[in-house]
Design a protein around this ligand. Structure first.
Ligand code: 5RP
Length: 222
C-alpha cells in the first residue's frame, strides 16, 4: 500500500469512528494536513448528519466549505465531541509532535476544546522517542531572535521556516536536534519562553485514540 492509501484508510476509519461516537447534529473539530484532507473527503458524504465543523486552519476551512460543510467560528461553539487530526510524530503514550503544516496553534486550541482527540497517521509516524522530526515553534515576529537563542540554550538548532507566515501572522522556528525524553516537561518549558505563541508538542493534551495505517490494516491504539 502507498502512504496515501494508508492515510486514506485511517481517514475512512476516523469518519466511521466519528459517525459512531458523535451525536447527530454535532460540530466536529477538523485538523490540517494531507491526512486530515483525506478525513474531510471521507466526512463529506456524511455531512447531513452533522451541523458542521470547526477548522484548525484556513486551508481546512476552504476544503470543508468546498464540500458544502458549514464552518463555525470556535467562539460560537460550546461543545466539540471529537477532533480528528494528523501528526508528524506520535509515541506510544499518544504524545505528538505537530505543526509540520504550520497550523499548530489553532490545532492546539481546537484540541483543547474537544472531548476526544483522534489522531490519524500512517505507520511511519509512530516512534519510540520523538524529536527526529524538527519541532515547530510558532513565534511572534519581533521575538524570533530571542526565542531562537533560548532554544539553542535548550540544546536545539532552530531554523526559520523560510517564506512562511502562519494563519495568525507569526513565524515558525523548526527546532532540530532535540531528543524528547520528557514531552510534557519540554512542552511546559517551551511555553515559558517569552515570544513563543505555541510549540508543536501535544503532550499535556495527548490524543485519546490513534488510528494507525499499516499494511495489515488500521491499528487502534488507546
Ligand atoms: C499541521 C499538522 C499535521 O497534522 C501534520 O503536519 C501531519 O501532516 P500530514 O498528515 O500531511 O502528514 O500538524 O500543522
Amino acid at each position: 500500500m502507498t502512504q496515501d492509501e494508508l492515510k486514506q484508510a485511517v481517514a475512512q476509519a476516523a469518519a466511521d469512528y466519528v459517525a459512531e461516537h458523535a451525536p447527530e447534529g454535532a460540530i466536529i473539530g477538523v485538523g490540517t494536513g494531507s491526512t486530515a484532507n483525506f478525513f474531510i473527503d471521507a466526512l463529506a458524504p456524511l455531512k447531513e448528519r452533522y451541523r458542521g465543523a470547526v477548522a484548525s486552519s484556513e486551508a481546512t476551512r476552504k476544503r470543508l466549505e468546498g464540500h458544502g460543510i458549514a464552518v463555525f467560528d470556535l467562539n460560537e461553539v460550546e461543545h466539540i465531541p471529537v477532533y480528528v487530526d494528523g501528526a508528524d510524530e506520535v509515541d506510544a503514550g499518544l504524545n505528538m509532535v505537530k505543526g509540520g503544516g504550520g497550523a499548530l496553534t489553532r490545532e492546539k486550541i481546537v484540541a483543547a476544546v474537544a472531548d476526544l482527540f483522534v489522531c490519524i497517521a500512517d505507520g511511519s509516524k509512530l516512534v519510540d522517542t520523538m524529536g527526529k522530526f524538527p519541532l515547530p515553534v510558532e513565534v511572534i515576529p519581533m521575538a524570533r531572535a530571542h526565542v531562537a537563542r533560548q532554544l539553542v540554550k535548550l540544546g536545539g538548532r532552530p531554523v526559520l521556516r523560510e517564506g512562511f507566515v502562519t494563519d495568525n501572522g507569526n513565524l515558525i522556528l523548526d527546532v532540530h536536534g532535540l531528543s524528547i525524553s520528557d514531552p510534557k516537561g519540554l512542552e511546559a518549558q517551551l511555553n515559558q519562553i517569552v515570544g513563543v505563541v505555541t510549540n508543536g508538542l501535544f503532550a499535556m493534551r495527548p490524543a485519546n485514540l490513534l488510528l494507525l495505517g499499516t499494511a495489515e490494516g488500521v491499528r487502534r491504539i488507546g
